[in-house]
Ligand binder design. Structure first.
Ligand code: LRH
Ligand code: MN
Ligand code: MN
Length: 429
């Protein structure tokens, strides 16, 4: 089943094919002068995939208000259709990452079947113990896995086990755990005891992890807690992964650090010590802004991918990070934002692949700071769009995915089918 007509994709591609061929040939010549085989880069890009977050296809919102768009997905089945649109056009997003209980998955068989029909699989499961589900016995107002009360911790553990069970039935192979636990005031909780309780709870979840699964803990500096957070940085995250065992890894959400933190270096460290589990890609200016990947600081995204390609090429032990987007869209059509974000990670990957690595190592050893830096800049400055577009087209996708999405009229179609949702104020003003 396809959500976007093959005829529309073919017609849109036909308009751009000629220009793409000559751009690709020209870039091929440029890269050949640097000793790089453009087709080899294209093959790697074509094999690259990033998961789409189910929660990303609906319009997000802020603490102040939410302004829903037309044709908002009503349920997980609608969300899956929107995710399929992104994959059909980009050919880079074959899996969806679910969030429980935001995604109400009463009929798992039907969901799996629908995914298969759309050519979509299921990526890491995300648990949610940072908000209360209707009717739940114990509140997470004062924490979940690190809560002072054992029954509340147990409830949070059981929720995570349930997420594993759901994921097993869908073919997922990983669980991502992010908790909002922390405090707003000095003295509100004991740092050490909170972390001990968290570790014990995570160990109980870990015991229920199937052998072929991985568990990712996700750190975040602050928010919703504003004074201290239990899993606040990569150091704590690394300790967690070490304490839990071989199936436990650290997840790096690009928006979860202080401004100016050297994230690519965190990535390198986690790779070096075999604990990089995966990413939540997004971009930010101030905090956990969840903006479109690569929209604010594409150079930083490139530097992260530079580390990833470096690890891939030197075959770093145990290196197999999961790639996922994690964004919130307030002023754009979420499908368009996710399309361009998926292409942005492909772009950063392609740019990472064309770094002249042997030359770079030479400059580093010679302490030639300027040429080392220029080597990275040369790769970053190269417009690799023809590689991405060619890879998409050859895989049946669109040369220009956003233009093709608009030409297909998908948003108008679903706006007619799905009832409009009222906007609303946030929790505070
Ligand atoms: C927390 C977070 C985490 C959640 C998602 C909705 O800020 O990044 O990954 O699951 O947002
Ligand atoms: Mn995240
Ligand atoms: Mn976040």
């Amino acid at each position: 089943m396809s959500m976007i007509s093959r005829d529309v994709i073919a017609a849109e591609n036909a308009k751009r094919e000629g220009a793409l061929k000559s751009d690709y040939a020209h870039l091929g010549e440029q890269l050949a002068r640097r000793g790089i085989d453009i087709d080899a880069v294209k093959r790697k890009v074509a094999a690259y995939a990033v998961a789409v977050p189910s929660w990303g296809v609906g319009t997000g919102g802020t603490r102040f208000a939410r302004f829903p768009g037309a044709g908002e997905p009503r349920n997980i089945f609608d969300k899956l259709e929107d995710c399929a649109v992104i994959h059909e056009l980009t050919r880079a997003t074959p899996t969806v990452s679910l969030h429980i209980p935001w995604d109400k998955v009463a009929d798992l068989g039907a969901l799996k079947e629908m995914g298969a029909g759309l050519g979509l699989g299921f990526d890491a499961m995300n648990s949610n113990t940072f908000s209360d589900a209707p009717g739940q016995e114990h509140s997470y107002k004062y924490g979940s896995l690190s809560h002072a009360d054992a029954a509340t911790r147990q409830q949070a553990v059981e929720h995570n086990i349930e997420c594993i069970e759901i994921g097993r039935k869908l073919g997922s192979k990983a669980l991502t755990v992010w908790i909002g636990d922390g405090t707003n005031f000095p003295g509100q909780a004991d740092f050490t005891r909170s972390f001990e309780r968290y570790l014990d709870a995570m160990k109980a979840i870990y015991q229920n992890l199937p052998d072929d699964w991985r568990i990712f803990s996700e750190h975040k500096m602050y928010e919703p807690a504003f004074y201290s957070t239990v899993v606040q940085d990569w150091g704590t995250n690394y300790l967690i992964a070490r304490e839990l065992g071989d199936k436990a890894y650290c997840l790096v959400d690009l928006g979860h650090h202080a401004p100016n933190v050297n994230i690519e270096m965190i990535v390198a460290r986690l790779i070096q010590f075999g604990k990089l589990g995966g990413f939540h890609f997004n971009d930010s200016k101030y905090g956990d802004d969840d903006l479109d990947t690569g929209s604010i600081d594409p150079y930083r995204l490139f530097l992260v991918f530079n580390e990833l390609v470096n690890a891939e090429e030197r075959k770093a032990e145990g290196f197999a990070p999961a790639h996922m987007l994690d964004q919130s869209h307030n002023v754009t059509d979420p499908i368009e934002s996710l399309i361009r974000s998926a292409t942005e990670v492909c772009r950063a990957y392609a740019q990472g692949l064309i770094v002249e690595r042997a030359a770079l190592a030479g400059y580093q050893d010679d302490n030639d700071a300027l040429m080392a830096s220029e080597t990275l800049k040369t790769a970053f400055r190269t417009d690799v769009e023809p590689i991405l577009a060619m890879a998409r087209q050859e895989a049946g996708g669109a040369i220009d995915p956003v233009a093709t999405y608009r030409a297909a009229g998908y948003r108008t179609k679903v706006a007619n089918e799905r009832p409009a949702i009222a906007g609303g104020g946030g929790g505070i003003v």
